[in-house]
Ligand binder design. Structure first.
Ligand SMILES: O=P(O)(O)OC[C@H]1O[C@H](O)[C@H](O)[C@@H](O)[C@@H]1O
Length: 500
């Protein structure tokens, strides 16, 4: 794959995107797809039709349609842990396979139980606030969706705490009244240090355990560690990866903040995209286009970074969410046969919200020496009623993608914009739960398909374990009860412990 992509990149050269677009004006419409409320335009990616044909050949040879089926059928696509990754079964039943149907049934039962708990909490007029404790996949998804979609008239105000730094929970609890607050501890494993520490602080602060809930695949431990009764516990399963889990009871805070109908709409939006991703032919498949252009940028153009810029304040947490989804999924170098992937895998994903980012780091994107492909995300219709501001937002979005792509010549090298900087534009008709469901499902499937193309596992995360184990081993040294083995760590500990 690498060789074929490199050949195409060499043929295309460094030419400007302006030349590609003006040389083939139909690409503005031909390189675009719509799935319900989500429109995507790839015309400003640095590919032409010949390079695209090669990419689609690669997709065909990798049999991406079969890979999508394996995913939704509940085959053990998480091959290092011999598990399925059935997040699609949490939001739809597009597979007749036994594992998928079972998963969908369990998900439906959990959803019904969650709905009853949501109704109970909403009916309790004493409860004004909810504190959700979790980290990584048990935090970023719900936090993003609540931040993106909650309204000022939300039935309860949901707060999120993740960091083990207790300043986070201190700051959250300071303005709250324990008698009017419910708590949720979300942890698939119920073994995550940060969540257990914050959960214990929350439990003690709440005092009355009747307002503490848990979401976990480890019911036994949640009961033992926190004394949470089974009726206040919602399930997770080992067939859902943490970073793919916001569609499960991990979305309890979402349902509390937005209401159950909005949560169901979010699921339905994602399910509609799932159907598109599974059933559409390769050339009409938005997830495939997104994955192929990502692989192109990484392996043909050698881009070591990928940016994401939502031009909508409500999506400001999307970059952080995508960093976990994409980098934890694709930050691998071993293929399924144990051999080295032999190709560069995930670039560094980063980003920020427009238009703020234009006034901080966009200088480097326009004139820096490194090319950073970017996903720009816009929302066509605003909901705030300030049309002048919305027009300014959209004009900035369009201007940036154009400036990055086309550049501007100048005799003064300091004032020259080289252009040729690729981007994809994703447009949502409006920021509805359904549209957001579509968008997040696109990124999930694109991530999985990139993993298939690279031959790596999108669903494990062994890379995060070593640091966790070492942190646990260092706790006695921090308490002064032991010494660290590593001389540098020893010196650092002596600096930390020295009274000043
Ligand atoms: O839900 P938990 O078991 O508490 O896990 C929370 C998070 O921590 C882990 O270290 C992983 O890196 C994440 O994938 C996971 O989402």
């Amino acid at each position: 794959m690498q060789k074929r992509l490199a050949e195409q990149a060499a043929r295309l050269g460094q030419g400007s995107l302006w030349e590609l677009v003006t040389g083939d004006p139909a690409r503005a419409t031909d390189f675009a797809l719509r799935v319900g409320p989500l429109y995507a335009n790839f015309a400003r990616q640095h590919v032409d039709r010949e390079a695209l044909a090669v990419l689609f050949d690669i997709a065909r040879e990798a049999d991406l349609p079969a890979a999508m089926r394996r995913l939704v059928d509940g085959e053990p696509v998480n091959f290092t842990e011999n598990r399925a990754a059935l997040h699609t079964a949490l939001r739809g039943d597009l597979s007749p396979a036994r594992a998928a149907r079972d998963a969908h049934r369990q998900a439906g039962e959990a959803l019904a139980r969650m709905e009853a708990l949501v109704a109970r909490l909403h009916a309790d007029s004493r409860i004004t606030d909810v504190v959700s404790v979790g980290i990584g996949g048990s935090d970023l998804g719900p936090r993003l969706v609540v931040d993106a979609l909650s309204r000022p008239d939300a039935p309860v105000c949901v707060h999120f705490v993740s960091n083990v730094d207790a300043s986070a929970i201190e700051r959250t609890l300071v303005g709250l009244d324990p008698a009017r607050t419910a708590g949720i501890v979300i942890s698939k494993s119920f073994g995550t240090q940060e969540t257990l520490l914050n959960g214990a602080i929350l439990r003690d602060w709440l005092g009355d355990g009747t307002r503490l809930f848990a979401v976990s695949a480890n019911v036994e431990r949640a009961g033992r560690e926190f004394g949470i009764a089974p009726e206040r516990m919602l399930p997770m399963w080992d067939w859902v990866g943490g970073r793919y889990s916001l569609w499960s009871a991990v979305g309890f805070p979402i349902a509390l903040a937005l209401g159950m109908p909005a949560f169901r709409e979010l699921l339905a939006g994602a399910a509609a995209f799932d159907r598109h991703a599974v059933e559409s032919p390769l050339e009409d498949n938005l997830a495939v286009w997104h994955a192929l252009t990502a692989v192109w940028n990484r392996n043909a153009l050698g881009a070591a970074a990928q940016a994401v810029f939502p031009y909508d304040e409500r999506l400001r947490l999307l970059p952080a969410y995508l960093q976990q989804l994409v980098m934890e999924s694709l930050g691998k170098q071993a293929r399924h046969d144990g051999e080295d992937a032999g190709i560069d895998t995930v670039p560094v994903w980063w980003g920020g919200v427009g238009s703020d980012v234009q006034h901080s780091f966009f200088q480097a994107l326009h004139q820096g020496t490194q090319q950073v492909p970017a996903d720009f995300i816009g929302v066509s219709r605003s909901d705030h009623g300030h049309e002048g501001s919305h027009a300014a937002m959209l004009s900035n979005l369009l201007a940036q993608t154009e400036a990055l792509a086309n550049g501007q010549p100048s005799t003064d090298p300091h004032r020259r914009y080289p252009g040729g900087r690729p981007s994809t534009l994703l447009l949502l008709d409006a920021l509805t739960p359904s549209a957001l469901g579509h968008l997040l499902a696109l990124y999930e499937h694109s991530t999985y398909l990139q993993a298939v193309l690279w031959g790596i596992n999108a669903f494990d995360q062994f890379g995060v374990e070593l640091g966790k184990q070492m942190a646990t081993k260092l706790l006695p040294a921090l308490r002064g009860e032991a010494e660290a083995d590593d001389p540098v760590t020893r010196e650092l500990l002596s600096q930390i412990r020295a009274p000043r």
